[in-house]
Design a protein around this ligand. Structure first.
Ligand code: PLP
Length: 359
């Protein structure tokens, strides 16, 4: 395995104070990890360097045609000052799934997890300690050849940056107001919806703006063909509780396979809950609501963990769910998942990986 060359920052930045509002993505740590790819050299020159600007030729492929992929994961500080990564291998496996779709060369998964451990260990003093906060880790890959014809790149750069963050929604475990979007779609069959790639998020901004201007936090995305079946909520996966059945849309290529989604399904199964991965239409949800059977709805994702949905607007229908308060299933999932992430609840699934002093 290749040696990671380390160049320490000469000047450390001022870290946010313990009571400073971290927000999401406002602060970045002192170092970053970089590795290059060249068609003749494979992935090479792994290094940890001071955090700083990139210098790119204006013709760089990723700037024009969006040949890019990324990941988002978190490191958590436990009460006894250990730092835990949550399912890092799964995140790098998913990065490789995105890579395959975007014609970006595969990464060695074990090497990348070790590189992230090393980077987090070097910047470990940046891991925030307040409840609900974490060190957000953003690995990403760019096609870096200067070439403005449309073709896959032959040179790439893999970069990892880290940012201390607080909970994604300032309201904490408040309930979201959601608009069911019927004009714009997020992803199509055969497209790139299952990949974490920049274009998906650029394409979603307009609907997000529209929802925000009407006073909603996020949108629910429906399938692009029939505009009937629920796919995701904002940049989260989505769950509904109807009577005693917990339903999440089954995976397909227009849905991002969330690791929080996967973890919630495992937890719910282990608790003996009835959990179904199946198609669910907005009509079914509305009907259940009218019959008083829609008990809860919530989104899941690394940034926000579990986000209860308090209100859904579909056409002229306003559905208020569980009195616009977090429901018992969302609460239990949030408590147990964050309990495992912060090392307060035994990790019987072996989801966490400790950053040991050795790296
Ligand atoms: C990242 C993401 C999710 C959530 O995935 P996690 O692995 O749980 O963070 C869901 N939907 C979209 C569109 C995403 O980009």
């Amino acid at each position: 395995m290749q040696e990671i060359k380390i160049t320490f920052a000469e000047h450390k930045k001022v870290k946010p104070g313990i009571d400073e509002k971290l927000g999401f993505g406002k602060f970045y740590t002192d170092h970053m990890f970089i590795m290059d790819y060249d068609i003749n050299e494979n992935w090479h020159n792994p290094r940890i360097v001071p955090y700083g600007s990139l210098s790119l030729d204006p013709a760089t492929i990723c700037l024009h045609y969006g040949q890019q992929v990324y990941e988002g994961m978190k490191a958590y500080m436990t009460k006894n000052n250990k730092i835990l990564l949550f399912r890092p291998k799964k995140h790098i496996e998913r990065l490789n799934i995105s890579n395959e779709r975007l014609c970006i060369p595969k990464l060695d998964e074990k090497f990348c997890v070790d590189a992230i451990k090393k980077l987090v260990n070097i910047d470990k003093d940046w891991t925030p300690t307040k409840p609900g906060t974490a060190l957000y880790i953003r690995p990403f890959i760019l096609a870096t050849d200067p070439y403005i014809g449309v073709r896959p790149g032959e040179k790439f750069r893999f970069i990892v940056i880290c940012s201390p963050v607080s909970s994604y929604y300032s309201a904490g475990l408040g309930a979201l107001k959601i608009y069911v979007e019927e004009d714009y779609v997020r992803a199509v069959k055969g497209g790139v919806g299952f990949a974490k790639t920049a274009g998906n998020y650029a394409a979603s901004l307009k609907a997000q703006n529209k929802a925000a201007s009407m006073g909603y936090d996020q949108v629910i995305w429906l399938d692009a063909i029939e505009k009937r079946y629920v796919e995701e909520v904002g940049t989260m996966n989505v769950f509904f509780v109807i009577d005693n059945e917990i339903i999440t849309p089954e995976l397909q290529d227009s849905i991002l396979s969330g690791i929080t989604r996967l973890s919630c399904i495992s937890l719910l199964r282990s608790w003996g809950e009835k959990i179904s991965e199946r198609r669910i239409s907005i009509n079914e949800i509305h009907e259940a609501y009218l019959n008083g059977r829609l008990k809860e709805a919530f989104g899941t994702g690394t940034a926000a963990v579990v986000s209860p949905i308090g209100l859904l607007r579909w056409r002229e229908n306003i559905m208020k769910i569980n009195g616009e308060k977090p429901g018992p299933i969302a609460k239990k999932l949030y408590d147990v998942l964050t309990g495992i992430q912060f090392g307060q609840i035994e990790d019987t699934f072996s989801w966490t990986l400790e950053i040991d002093a050795c790296c």
